[in-house]
Design a protein around this ligand. Structure first.
Ligand SMILES: [Zn+2]
Length: 63
């Protein structure tokens, strides 16, 4: 999916330049095509923190 030629409806500049919040939002949305497309960074960090806490708790209990 290419977004180089998309023009923003809000600021009429290329979306790839990210001049306004609308540009940046659509640019991020278009760039998210990986396996974590549905997750935002904060959810990912929270998930990682929970995982680390669970592992630490487990390691503590086995000792
Ligand atoms: Zn814009």
């Amino acid at each position: 999916m290419t977004y180089d030629r998309l023009v923003c409806a809000n600021c009429a500049a290329p979306v790839s330049e990210g001049r306004c919040p609308v540009c940046r939002a659509s640019r991020e949305r278009l760039q998210q095509d990986g396996p974590f497309a549905g997750l935002n960074p904060m959810a990912l960090i929270a998930l990682l923190a929970v995982l680390i806490a669970a592992v630490a708790l487990l390691a503590h209990q086995t000792v």
